[in-house]
Design a protein around this ligand. Sequence first.
Ligand SMILES: *[C@@H]1O[C@H](CO)[C@@H](O)[C@H](O)[C@H]1NC(C)=O
Ligand SMILES: *[C@@H]1O[C@H](CO)[C@@H](O)[C@H](O)[C@H]1NC(C)=O
Ligand SMILES: *[C@@H]1O[C@H](CO)[C@@H](O)[C@H](O)[C@H]1NC(C)=O
Ligand SMILES: *[C@@H]1O[C@H](CO)[C@@H](O)[C@H](O)[C@H]1NC(C)=O
Ligand SMILES: *[C@@H]1O[C@H](CO)[C@@H](O)[C@H](O)[C@H]1NC(C)=O
Ligand SMILES: *[C@@H]1O[C@H](CO)[C@@H](O)[C@H](O)[C@H]1NC(C)=O
Ligand SMILES: *[C@@H]1O[C@H](CO)[C@@H](O)[C@H](O)[C@H]1NC(C)=O
Ligand SMILES: *[C@@H]1O[C@H](CO)[C@@H](O)[C@H](O)[C@H]1NC(C)=O
Ligand SMILES: *[C@@H]1O[C@H](CO)[C@@H](O)[C@H](O)[C@H]1NC(C)=O
Length: 714
Amino acid sequence: MLDYRYSIKTAAAIAVLLALPSGLNACQRERHFHTHSHVKRQASPPPELSEHEALIVSSFDNNSISDWSYYYTHGNHIAGHNRSQAQWTADRWAEAGFETRLDTYHVYLNYPVSKSLVVTWPNGTTYTPSLEEAVLEEDDVTGWEDRIPTFHGYSASGEANAEYVYVGRGQQVDFERLVALGVELEGKIAISRYGGPFRGLKVKNAQDYGMIGAILFTDPADDGNITVAKGVAAYPDGPARNPTAVQRGSVQFLSQYPGDPTTPGYPSREDSPRADKGVVTPHIPSIPISYAEAGPILAALDGYGTSGADVNRTNWVGALNATYSTGPAPGVTISLTNEMEDAYTDIWNAIGIINGTNADETIIIGNHRDAWLIGGAADPNSGTAIIVELGRVFGKLLEQGWKPKRNVVLASWDAEEYGLVGSTEWVEEFIPWIKDTTVSYLNIDVGASGPHPGISSTPELHDIAVETMKKIVWPALGGNETMYDVWVDDTEGEIGVLGSGSDYTAFVHRGIASIDMGSDPGPTDPIYHYHSNYDSYHWMANFGDPGFLVHKAMGQYLSILAYHLATDDLLPLNPVNYANELEAYCQDLRYTIGNATEDVDTSELQSAIETFRVHAEEASALADLAVESGDEELLRVVNHKYRDFQRGFASQGGLPDREFFQHLIFAPGVDTGYAPVTFPAVTEAVEAGKFELAREWVGKTAAAILVAGEVLKT
Ligand SMILES: *[C@@H]1O[C@H](CO)[C@@H](O)[C@H](O)[C@H]1NC(C)=O
Ligand SMILES: *[C@@H]1O[C@H](CO)[C@@H](O)[C@H](O)[C@H]1NC(C)=O
Ligand SMILES: *[C@@H]1O[C@H](CO)[C@@H](O)[C@H](O)[C@H]1NC(C)=O
Ligand SMILES: *[C@@H]1O[C@H](CO)[C@@H](O)[C@H](O)[C@H]1NC(C)=O
Ligand SMILES: *[C@@H]1O[C@H](CO)[C@@H](O)[C@H](O)[C@H]1NC(C)=O
Ligand SMILES: *[C@@H]1O[C@H](CO)[C@@H](O)[C@H](O)[C@H]1NC(C)=O
Ligand SMILES: *[C@@H]1O[C@H](CO)[C@@H](O)[C@H](O)[C@H]1NC(C)=O
Ligand SMILES: *[C@@H]1O[C@H](CO)[C@@H](O)[C@H](O)[C@H]1NC(C)=O
Ligand SMILES: *[C@@H]1O[C@H](CO)[C@@H](O)[C@H](O)[C@H]1NC(C)=O
C-alpha cells in the first residue's frame, strides 16, 4: 500500500435514508440515517453455503498460504528488481488452469545510493543518526546483505544545510499556522511527523513554502498504549514498535496523478516520449527516520519558537520526550544529503485469465507484488499469498466443471509502491477493452496485518460485499463469529469511500465499480511495522497473523465475492444504493456550503440525483423481471446496464487541474492524497472559496449523474 489505510469513513457510507417528508428534494431533507437493514449483529448461525461456496471455503489452506507468503518475503522484490517472482506467480496460476503472461512496461524509477544526516550545535557538538533499522537475530531477513536501505521513492538527490523547523504532520493548515505564528520557513529544513496526508504531499508543502529539505519520522503517539514508554516490549520480544523502525515510501505528489511520472495518460514503453517528472516529484531532498533517532532532533528545538502546546493544533504534540516546539533553534543546524540513482527500467505485471462464456463481461482481481523490503509480509504479500491461493482454489472449481460466465483476470502488479505504476500503465494500455467489458475491479493489498476486517467500495457493490461477509467464519477474536459479526462490531457497518493509495485508483477513475479490502490491527493488537524491515514473515507468523488464519478467511471472502460476480446470472450489483449514497454525499455538500461565506445553489445536482434514482429503480425492476423469466436476452440487457452506468460518472476532462482523476463523485483530497472527498470538484472549490468554479461544477457533476442515469433507463 502506497500509504497507510485511512481510518476516515464517511457517515454516509452505508446509511439509508428513512421515509422522507414530501415536498423536500434530495439534499434538503433532515439527515436521518439509520443503519442498513442488514447491519444488525447476527447470532452467529453457521453460514449456509452452496456446493461451490463450500468447495471454496474448504479448499483454502493456511499451510499453503504460509508457503506462498514465505516465498515472496525471502527475496528482494522492490519494483523492477525481481522478474522471477512475477514469472513464479504466473506459473502458479498456469498450474491452476489460467492462461498467463507477463505484461512489461519500461518506467522511470529511482533507487537509493547514499544519504547522511548530521545535527550540529553552536558549540560544535554533533549528533549523527545511523538512519538504518537494527538487524535482529530472530528475524534473519533484517540482516540480509541485499536488504533495502531506508529512503523515499522518487525523492530528489541533493543536499541541504540549514536550521530546521518542526511542521507537525505537514498539512497545508500546519504551514498556515506556522506562518501565522511568524515562524521562518524559507531556506529551512522541515521535520514532520508521519500520519495524516500522504507523505509526498508533506514534502510538496515544505517545498512550496520555500523549505530546502524534509525529514519524516514515525511518532510513537500513533501506537496508542502499545508502546515501550508504557512498558510494552518491542518487536522481536513483544508487540510494540521496534524503536529503530523506519517507514520507507514514495514521495510522489499522488493527488496530481499516479503512474509513471514521465508518461502521464499513456503506457510506458522504451521509446515513449517522456514528460517532465518534476510536476509530480519533489525538487528538495527528503529522508525518513525512526522515532528513536528523531527524539534528539526534536528535543533540540525545546524552548525555541512556539511550544507545541501553544501551537494548539490536534496531532501536533506526539509522545516523544520533547515539547514539539516549532523552532528554529538559533545556530542548531542539520546537514542532510540524499543521493538517488535514476533508472528507466522494466517492470512486470503477471496476468492470469480464464475466459468466461460471455466474452464481453470481465472481472479483474488485483494485488501488487513489489515491496520496499525483503519481507513485505503484510504489505503487499499477505494479499499476494491470498491471490495465489485463490488461483489454486479456482483451479479446483474448474476441475469440478465450473464455467464462469465472465472473464476472470488475475493481476499481480509491479511498482505499486512508487505510485501505482504497474496498474496505472496497464489501465492506460488496455483502457478501451477495460471500459467495454469490466464489471468490477477487486483489490487486495494489505490482506492481513491484524484481525479487524475493513472494506471500501463504490456503492453498487455494498450489498454483495456485506452479504458475502456472512458466509465467512472469522478466526480471530473468539473463533466462532462470522466476518460480518466482527466487522459490524468494529465499524457499525460502515463501508469506506475509495480515495487513493492502492491499485484500484486507475480503475475507479475510469468509471469501473471497485472494492478494496483488508484486515488491520485494532488498538490492542501488535503494532504493524508499515514499510519497515520488520514487516517480515517472522513478524507475521508470530504477531500479525499467527497460523495465517486471517489470511485464509480474507481469501475465502475475496474468492466467494469474485465467484458470484463471475458466475451469477444477474450481476449482484445494486444501482439503487448508488442513489442512496449520492443523496448522502449531497447532504454532506450542503453542510460544507452551509459553513462557507457564500451560498451555492445545488438544486441542479439534487434533481439529477432524483432522476438517477428513478432510472436505477426502473433497472432494478427490469432485473427482477429478467430473473423471474430467466430470459437470457433480458438478463444480458440488464447486466450491461449494470456494467456500464458508472462510466457516466467519469468525465473525459477530469477534475479541475487534475486531468487523471475523472470520477466526479469521489476522489482523493488535493491535500490528503488518499483520503476521499465526495463531489470533489464542487467540495474543493467551495472549501477554496472559489464559488464560481463550484457553481460551474455543480452543473457538470449533475450532467454526469444524468449520463449514468440514462444508461440505466429502460
Ligand atoms: C526474487 O525473489 C525470490 C523469492 O522471493 C528469491 O528467491 C530470489 O533470490 C529473488 N531474486 C533476486 C534477484 O533478488
Ligand atoms: C553543546 O551544546 C549541547 C546542547 O546545548 C549540550 O547538550 C552539550 O553538552 C554541549 N557540549 C559541550 C561540549 O559543551
Ligand atoms: C489506553 O489506556 C487507557 C487506560 O487504560 C485507556 O483509557 C485508553 O482508552 C487507551 N487508549 C487506547 C488508544 O486504547
Ligand atoms: C486553541 O484553539 C481553540 C480553538 O481554536 C481555542 O478555543 C483555544 O482558546 C486555543 N487555546 C489556546 C491555548 O490558544
Ligand atoms: C526528558 O527530557 C528531559 C530534558 O532533556 C530530561 O530531563 C528527562 O529525564 C527526560 N525524560 C525521560 C523520561 O527520558
Ligand atoms: C480467450 O479469449 C481470447 C480472446 O477472445 C482468445 O484470444 C484466447 O485464445 C481465449 N483463450 C482460451 C484458452 O480459449
Ligand atoms: C462461541 O459461541 C458459544 C455459544 O454461542 C459461546 O458459549 C462461546 O463462549 C463462544 N466461544 C468463544 C471462544 O467466543
Ligand atoms: C494452520 O492452522 C492450524 C490450525 O487450524 C495450525 O495448527 C497450523 O499451525 C497452521 N499452519 C501454519 C503454517 O501456521
Ligand atoms: C461546519 O462548522 C462547524 C462548526 O465550526 C464544524 O463543527 C463542522 O465540522 C463544519 N462542517 C463542515 C462540513 O465543514
